[in-house]
Design a protein around this ligand. Structure first.
Ligand SMILES: Cc1cn([C@H]2C[C@H](O)[C@@H](COP(=O)(O)OP(=O)(O)O[C@H]3O[C@H](CO)[C@@H](O)[C@H](O)[C@H]3O)O2)c(=O)[nH]c1=O
Length: 518
């Protein structure tokens, strides 16, 4: 048999594999799915994916086949489902869907060690620091006292393990973008007594917006723009495929606590752990819990929990029809949002993954590549799994459980005296007389971490700050205090130096102010 013939045979075998391992939902008589164009598109994609798999290096075929089969299923869900929700079909949340944190049953001290022995902590570490102008994984950005997200997370788990004399493992879900750097970094923790295990999430092909076909032509292409990590919703499948899920279940672990590595408030909470592990009032324990918190003007982009088609569902902004985006952002209509602190039963994850029951909404993320091509990447969000689990619910947690760092303005708050730090945990300073955090907006000159750091000779005292807006070419000296509402605006071409020791309280500063040494 010639090389071409044997390759063609391999390609058709891979196509057959995709069809055999496809999710069974296609048998459903959905009108949309019946459309022959969609079936043809899927058929063409299967051919392309089979060609990609056939191009995999020896020894890597099986992994590539499993990964492309996962992508094939995601793509077929994308073809079948609507990408936006029917706004008018949103139902009121049922009674008890979101429980107040304060009403969780109390934890008995004597059970803590046993409860922790059933827990696995997972951090989503697939993201890059690019949006903050940094190279490499986001988790290597220094947050406080030169300690990175990863350092602080390690300290938190180490402290937990020491306090209760347990060995809660830390699992990092990396992406192909962050895996190498993270593996190198982990070496520096060789002496830290925390069991850290990492695995890599899937690498899926970006597809051309016009043709809907992968832009990659072979698995080994050096073109890194041809691939993407398919969102944190990929966790369940990737975790199961890595073998770790079975391993932890064998070790007697029962639950995982999953959160964004950039959320410094996502520490292990014993009240929630107790709630998920122990049924109360004759109720079955929930298989899945989403921590939500009251929405503020700073969180308008986060996902929210809604009731839809008689199930709890995570609604992300990308799924909201254009005309309703303002309504979605309103803090009076949607009062809570998803912190992405999620608790899931490991046994239930195994069940839904092996039965192919994980039906998460597909989020279409359009991208424009440097070479001028428009592509889309199909993603899912981890919280979207809520509807596939039994007895799922939300818990409305205190704001302190959500301390994300998405922008340098978040970094400014965490670096300041507003927060105290203790063994990797950041808590709002007791010196602040009210519990809300200030609303901070820094202009685009502060977007990159390097530029932001250069513009502050020292981090100002923010204990009494309510609101700060800074725009234009503004520089801060040492020992500055900002109180109440402070607005500093340097017009285009002007520069403002806030002199060392300045106290600004309820002030608007504008124009051109330079104080130079002589
Ligand atoms: C896209 C992607 C992200 N990640 C990691 C990076 C971050 O640590 C974490 C969150 O990713 P982000 O893309 O920043 O997601 P984000 O916009 O914050 O949205 C999530 O977190 C929000 C709270 O910050 C929620 O309100 C949203 O419902 C939830 O989807 O997951 C992965 O590990 N793999 C991925 O593929």
């Amino acid at each position: 048999m010639s090389y071409t013939q044997s390759r063609l045979r391999r390609v058709s075998e891979h196509v057959r594999y995709f069809r055999e391992t496809s999710e069974n939902q296609e048998t459903k008589s959905s009108e949309e799915w019946k459309s022959s164009t969609k079936r043809e598109t899927l058929g063409a994609l299967e051919q392309e994916l089979a060609r990609l798999v056939a191009s995999a290096k020896e020894g890597e075929t099986e992994g590539a086949r499993r990964e492309m089969s996962g992508f094939r299923n995601l793509f077929s869900r994308f073809l079948r489902a609507k990408t936006h929700i029917e706004w008018k079909a949103i139902q009121p949340l049922p009674e008890g869907a979101i429980r107040p944190y304060k009403q969780l049953p109390p934890v008995s001290e004597s059970h803590i060690t046993q409860m922790l022995s059933k827990l696995v902590v997972v951090k989503l570490n697939g993201g890059l620091g690019t949006s903050m102008g940094c190279k490499g994984p986001k988790s290597v950005i220094a947050v406080r006292n030169d300690l990175t997200f990863l350092d602080l997370t390690m300290q938190q788990i180490q402290q937990l393990n020491r306090t209760y004399n347990v060995d809660v493992p830390l699992v990092l879900m990396n992406s192909f973008n962050t895996d190498d750097d993270t593996q190198k970094l982990l070496k520096k923790y060789a002496n830290v007594k925390v069991s850290v295990i990492s695995f890599c999430q899937s690498r899926y092909p970006r597809i051309n917006k016009e043709t809907l076909m992968p832009i990659a032509k072979d698995m080994g292409t050096a073109d890194m723009e041809a691939w993407y990590p398919p969102g944190h919703g990929n966790f369940y499948e990737a975790f199961a495929n890595s073998g770790l899920l079975d391993k932890f279940l064998e070790q007697g672990k029962e639950y995982c606590f999953l959160s964004n590595i950039d959320n410094m408030g996502a520490t292990v909470d014993l009240n929630i752990l107790n709630f998920v592990l122990n049924s109360s009032g004759g109720q079955e324990p929930p298989e899945f819990v989403m921590e939500v918190t009251d929405k503020t003007r700073a969180d308008v982009k986060g996902g929210t929990l809604i009731q839809y088609e008689d199930k709890l569902m995570l609604l992300e902004i990308a799924q909201v029809p254009k005309d309703y985006v303002d309504e979605f952002k309103s803090i009076s209509k949607f009062r809570i949002f998803n912190t992405n602190n999620l608790w899931a039963s490991l046994g239930a994850i195994r069940r839904v993954v092996s039965n192919n029951e994980l039906d998460m909404e597909v989020i279409v993320n359009p991208k424009h590549l440097d070479r001028g091509m428009d592509v889309i990447q199909l993603e899912t969000a981890a919280g979207a799994a809520i509807k596939n689990f039994k007895n799922s619910c939300g818990i409305n947690v205190p704001r302190s459980r959500f301390l994300p760092v998405k922008k340098t303005s978040d970094l400014l708050l965490l670096m300041s005296n507003l927060y105290d730090i203790d063994n990797g945990s950041l808590t709002l300073s007791s010196e602040r007389s009210f519990p809300t955090t200030p609303l901070v907006k820094l202009g685009s000159s502060f977007d990159k971490v390097k530029d932001y750091l250069a513009r502050f000779q020292g981090i100002p005292d923010l204990i009494e700050l309510d609101h700060l807006t800074v725009s234009g070419d503004v520089w801060f000296g040492r020992d500055v205090s900002l109180k109440g509402t402070v607005i500093i605006i340097a017009n285009h071409g002007d520069r403002i130096d806030v002199a060392p020791g300045t106290i600004l309280e309820n002030k608007i500063v504008s124009g051109n102010l330079r104080i130079l040494d002589h």
